[in-house]
Design a protein around this ligand. Structure first.
Ligand SMILES: Nc1ncnc2c1ncn2[C@@H]1O[C@H](COP(=O)(O)OP(=O)(O)OP(=O)(O)O)[C@@H](O)[C@H]1O
Ligand SMILES: [Mg+2]
Length: 303
């Protein structure tokens, strides 16, 4: 079990308040999860209101509006995918939520508090397109990297080994990244993000660099380790993948990105490989495809 300092979350936030950690209460990360899973406290959620992000360019150029009037909610334990044309601001949106960039305008709240508070609680587990493993560290050692950065108490060796087993990497704990396939490296990246038990998962096209078959396997692996235990925001360009994984898919327009439509994926869980061939799956895929077509008509480029 790992531990974190947590300040009681304010019901409403203006996005500016800061509190020194010593004012916090000590809670276990497991307890954070348990309270979220029990549904008693609405902690594990993300909310964006009227968010605008303008990137400054050179002196002679006007700013580039990446996101405008963007609203989004991700519920506790909800798997939400973002689908939209290249350059519509999906990565920007994840970065805003994870506190890597500040919105020019609008409000972002995470776990009932500010993004800063969530960052200080180490609430975010990021997975990017490239696993970016350290070549001199073995798989187990890479998987525990972020937990080590957070602090000794965040390293739960048994949990990390268990996660590696769950993603099918038992026997490879001692392998260096060069000795692993692309899909195996991505699995280590997923374990690394989950190793310190983050309350929120943000994934930016984590399977884009692997072949289609591996991608399908990784999707199943991801659902297994996510286990409906926390909110997950997932960026993809694949309609099929979005249907298979998500509770809801957000379809965005081309730049400046806005939420055009939300498509609920009303397929039962657990999702299975066989489901991909079902009529119900085909029907949801068709509806999502139509929404993507509407996004393109609204001015987007092809996915
Ligand atoms: N650091 C930056 N400085 C200036 N402009 C940026 C920066 N990052 C992104 N942009 C611009 O903001 C827009 C949105 O970029 P973003 O990376 O969020 O898109 P995306 O939807 O993730 O695209 P893709 O699907 O290709 O990954 C793009 O036009 C991009 O050129
Ligand atoms: Mg991107």
């Amino acid at each position: 079990m790992t531990w974190a300092i947590r300040k009681p979350a304010p019901a409403v936030t203006d996005g500016t308040e800061e509190a020194p950690p010593e004012q916090g209460v000590v809670v276990s990360r497991q307890a954070q999860h348990d309270s979220a899973a029990g549904g008693t406290v609405n902690r594990s959620s993300i909310s964006l209101r009227d968010v605008r992000v303008v990137y400054q360019r050179g002196r002679r150029q006007s700013g580039l509006i990446a996101l405008d009037h963007t609203n989004l909610d991700v519920g506790e334990r909800e798997f939400v995918s973002l689908l939209g044309p290249s350059g519509c601001g999906k990565t920007t949106l994840l970065k805003v939520i994870g506190g890597l960039i500040e919105p020019t305008q609008g409000e972002v709240s995470v776990l009932g508090g500010t993004v800063d508070q969530a960052r200080r609680q180490h609430a975010f587990g990021f997975v990017f397109q490239d696993a970016n493993l350290l070549p001199w560290r073995k798989a187990l050692s890479n998987a525990r990297l972020l937990a080590e950065v957070i602090g000794k108490e965040a390293v739960d060796e048994e949990r990390i080994r268990d996660l590696l087993r769950q993603v099918g990497l038992d026997g490879f704990e001692g392998s260096y990244p060069l000795q692993l396939s692309g899909g195996m490296r991505q699995r280590v990246g997923i374990v690394r993000a989950l190793a310190f038990n983050p309350a929120v998962l943000l994934m930016d096209e984590p399977f884009a660099a692997v072949d289609a078959l591996t991608r399908d396997v990784l999707a199943e692996v991801l659902l297994g380790v996510w286990a409906q235990a926390r909110p997950l925001l997932f960026v993809t360009h694949s309609i099929e993948e979005a249907v298979f994984l998500s509770d809801r898919v957000i379809v965005m327009t081309a730049r400046p990105g806005r939420v055009l439509e939300e498509v609920p994926i009303d397929l039962p869980r657990p999702r299975t490989r066989e489901m991909r061939d079902s009529l119900a799956f085909a029907e949801v895929r068709r509806r999502l495809r139509q929404a993507v077509d509407r996004a393109q008509e609204a001015g987007g480029n092809p996915l």
